[in-house]
Design a protein around this ligand. Sequence first.
Ligand code: PHE
Length: 492
Amino acid sequence: MASGVHEQWSSRMAFIFAAVGSAIGLGNIWRFPYLAGENGGGAFVLVYIACVLLIGIPILMAELTIGRRGKESPMRSLLNVAKESGASPKWRWIGTIAAFAGGLGLLSYYSVIAGWVLAYIFKAASGMFTEFWANVGVAGDVAPEIAIAAVREQSEAAKNAMMSDPLTMSFWLFVFIAGTVFIVGRGINAGLEKAVTYLMPALFLILLVLVGFAMATGEFGQAVNYLFAPDFSKVDGYTVLRAVGQAFFSLSLGLGTMLAYGAYLPKDISLHRSSFIIAGADTGVALMAGMAIFPLVFAYGLSPESGPSLIFDALPIAFGKMPGGTLFGVLFFILLAIAAVTSSISMLEPGVSYLEEKKGMNRWKAAILGGGAAFLVGLLSVLSYNNWDHVYPLAMLGLEGNTMTFYDITDYIVSNLVMPIASLALAVFAGWFVMRKHLRAEMGLPEGGIFEIWHVLIKFFCPVALVIILLSGLGLLDLALEYLKDLVDLFA
Ligand code: PHE
């Protein structure tokens, strides 16, 4: 096996923090709650957990295993592992596409949202949320629904004011990416590892405080009921689709992240145990975020179905009303910023490790190059919210009636194409092309038991499930099913 030239995690703890830090991000605190809210609460949660167990964990284990076996950047690790099993060197392309189109693509617009989070730390600190309510109070005695409507209007106006200002948004985009580049530039031990060792415990602490706070002041029982009492009439193909997509996003799969992080893993660390810990912590935090957010949503008569703006315009209404809301509002957005940066570093790392290893580039230079590219693409996403909100690139290219903005297109390419396609390719590679004995040796598992279950899932279940998900994501499932039916009829 090629010997890796790079650093290693200094301890099992450091690795777990880094991988959990990558997994826990805007995906858990911003995306999961609004998706659960839009897709029926408990039913979505249950389907989500099934997706994590059956697809998420097996692919996570595959990424970590191949990463550590190959010991280098995602592309070179894939190449090394392919060579060892006599498979085509072309498999390394999974890594290239995942890291550059996927990792940098995600970094570009993830950082836009993370930029809003940074801006909101200062908005919260200025006492703005409390002012919403104070303004209504000045207007005299009003019925609660009318008061909430008036406050909501101000909250939305504040968010829109930020979004309609490309300069402010670009500024925060820049700040966030610069922070990411700074950490990645410093390297695995002095950068990534140091950052997560301080930030992850802070994140857990703040989250606990916020859940406690929601328990004390919000409609906790209603929230628990909402998140955990499944109404199966709400489960359909679309729910499953959204749940799997969320599982990939949340577990940081399909972008080379876990391949890269696996490569820095010392040999004596158990891959399957680590995978369970990462997935468990990630899911636990998503549920805790739900329990911090929904009690407030219910207590203040807000709608759980507000979509992506849930935390930006709904939560400030709640923070503005509650005792200590300014402090808890600030804490909440700091929590989110921490979660975001421990994820964004893991989007940049795969590409940087490649440039460093293959091209012999200096790490700082590679990080600045990757971050700079993400910043430039990110500007297009910034403009999608204001000056260019009616610019539909695909329509200009001839796709009539398509109303996707640059932001929508980047998001679509990353989460609907790169993540599932790269994961599908990886599952096929691991299940069918890498020799069992190498996989087993790397995982340190005996035949049968956990290894066998994993192997069956990665070889058969994941590829089939992913093909179905991809087809339906592309709106081609019905067409494919029709063909399949014709085919069956033909032979029947
Ligand atoms: N898992 C991160 C989140 O939930 C996002 C992410 C995806 C990070 C893919 C790295 C790679 O926010």
